[in-house]
Design a protein. Structure first.
Lengths: 136, 146
């Protein structure tokens, strides 16, 4: 496992994901604010797919993974994840915001954000446990 | 990257929907107004929404990531008058009746205004929900390392 200072690379991966979730929230907010604006096209990030492909690029890892979607221990450099913003263009050129979908995405994004916060907190708690030699 | 730029975006949505709501109120209040300051009956008004790039006073001169350029707030760019014909009602005794006895009432459809009002309320609530989501996310972020 490659250590970078106190933590392994995963914490930087989590950090980057947190940034991206925050950005995605802004995009969803933009879509919701413009729900009644004519000719506005709904925008979103496609980073989940992008993240998977960036993780799959490192197939030559020596540690055996039992499932192709398991994260490798030494995962891709976090700055590598640069998702694109995709616009959903409607055929008739009218507003393409589907408010139900946006609200669902909003809730999902919030849950994912909170889970990432939990994961980062766990990392810090592990470190705290190590510092206090397992005592509280 | 500004953590709370989402708040500004949804606040712009709230403002826009509130202006729209005020215009609808004006239409509903004046549904029977046969006189106006411009002469003739009151005319139905409507708002024009436009998606504009997020104007951020802090990052305006500095570094703006390509993502942030894609963020749009909503603004009411103008309030326009509906130019459709007035509603004619036969009432020869009305002071504003024309020579053939017809009174010109505003071109407002009550059902249409009520529908727009509900739609505006829903959009307003959606913006509120997004603001609350961001608030709880930001509070959650403060819990890192607790």
């Amino acid at each position: 496992m490659q250590f970078n200072g106190l933590f392994d690379n995963n914490i930087f991966l989590l950090e980057r994901m947190l940034d991206l979730k925050s950005l995605r929230h802004d995009l969803i907010a933009s879509n919701i604010a413009n729900v009644d604006t004519p000719h506005y096209f709904s925008k979103d990030l496609d980073f989940d797919r992008k993240l998977l492909s960036s993780l799959e690029e490192k197939e030559e890892i020596e540690i055996r993974r039992t499932h192709y979607r398991h994260l490798s221990i030494d995962s891709a450099p976090p700055g590598h994840i640069n998702p694109k913003i995709i616009s959903q263009i409607s055929e008739d050129g009218l507003n393409s915001v589907d408010i139900d979908r946006e609200m669902t995405k909003l809730a999902e994004n919030q849950l994912m954000y909170n889970s990432l916060i939990k994961m980062i907190s766990w990392k810090f708690n592990e470190m705290k446990a190590a510092i206090s030699e397992g005592r509280r | 990257m500004n953590l709370l730029s989402g708040l500004e975006i949804n606040a712009s949505g709230l403002t826009a929907q509130r202006i729209r709501m005020n215009v609808i109120s004006s239409n509903l209040a004046n549904i029977n107004s046969t006189r106006s300051s411009r002469g003739g009956p009151y005319r139905r008004k409507d708002v024009i929404f436009a998606a504009l790039p997020l104007a951020d006073s802090f990052t305006a001169g500095g570094r703006v990531s390509p993502f942030e350029k894609m963020l749009n707030e909503v603004r009411v760019v103008s309030v326009v008058e509906d130019s459709s014909d007035p509603r004619l009602v036969y009432d020869p005794h009305h002071p504003d009746a024309d020579s053939s006895g017809y009174v010109s009432y505003p071109n407002i459809n009550l059902i249409e205004e009520m529908t727009n009002m509900i739609s505006s309320t829903r959009s307003y609530e959606a913006n509120i929900t997004a603001i609350n989501a961001l608030k709880s996310m930001a509070l959650k972020a403060l819990e890192i390392g607790r």
